[in-house]
Design a protein around this ligand. Structure first.
Ligand code: F6R
Length: 247
């Protein structure tokens, strides 16, 4: 694993964008896995800047997002589709048909999950997957206990995750209790993984995932098994790391 500790969120975004841009330019067609939440926002701002400065072209790019709430239509203010449109897709000239977010209101959600997996496979797999980490170390919505072999499926959110995500909803009762999420197995299939994290509230999860044993109780610890993972960590989230990590 590569671990890069940076002073601030802007630098985290710049480093991640530079890595993605380099990989993207080396491929005529590129499949990019994306996350929602606050962690990737500095990256998305930098990708938008690069695109608008004619430094990066998204016309050959296909995207797949990690997850979506079950029960929220794409137009819902808190749906992940809407988040992605507003924070990235609307600003980089990408055809919407090339962007994929699971459909949380599909008639048959299990069929939606299977179709999502098939689509990823049909385009040759994800070249680079962007991740954030939850306080309980979840990746995607793979909560502690998720199997290493898990694929895209419907998952129930833990109380901790519902609590964390309630900041975006008027009332905690409005937070959906289920989501469609790529599985740990789906994520590990990506050729390269970039984990972005900042904030003191993530320091425990970061330390347990990077320096603790590999266990499904700490979902991000399974990234230790992947041959090409880069963690880009802002200093405030690195405070509990004990090893040197090249500093
Ligand atoms: C989002 C996702 C989640 C978030 C995680 C961190 O698509 O899959 O795993 O990455 O909950 O969220 P933030 O970045 O908001 O702290």
């Amino acid at each position: 694993m590569r671990v890069v500790i940076v002073p601030d969120q802007q630098e985290m975004g710049r480093r991640a964008a530079a890595m993605i841009a380099e990989q993207m330019r080396a491929h005529a067609h590129f499949v990019l896995g994306l996350a929602t939440g606050s962690s990737p926002l500095p990256l998305y701002r930098e990708l938008i800047r690069m695109n608008q400065a004619n430094e990066l072209d998204f016309s050959g790019v296909i995207t797949f997002n990690l997850d979506e709430y079950v029960g929220l239509p794409p137009t819902h203010e808190q749906s992940y589709r809407r988040f992605m449109d507003e924070n990235l897709f609307n600003h980089i000239g990408i055809a919407k048909g090339f962007t994929h977010v699971p459909n949380g209101v599909a008639k048959n959600v299990n069929e939606e999950c299977a179709a999502y997996e098939r689509m990823i496979k049909d385009v040759g797999g994800i070249k680079c997957q962007v991740l954030g980490i939850g306080r309980n170390s979840h990746i995607g919505f793979n909560e502690p206990g998720s199997s290493l072999a898990s694929r895209t499926r419907v998952v129930s959110l833990t109380r901790a995750t519902i609590q964390d995500n309630s900041r975006f909803f008027a009332r905690i009762e409005d937070v959906p209790t289920q989501a469609i999420s790529m599985g740990i197995g789906t994520i590990l299939d990506a050729e390269r993984i970039i984990m972005l994290t900042y904030g003191e509230n993530k320091a425990d999860a970061v330390a347990r995932s990077l320096e603790g044993p590999i266990t499904t109780s700490v979902p991000a610890s399974v990234l230790q098994l992947h041959p090409d993972v880069t963690w880009i960590i802002v200093e405030d989230a690195a405070g509990k790391l004990k090893l040197e990590w090249g500093r």
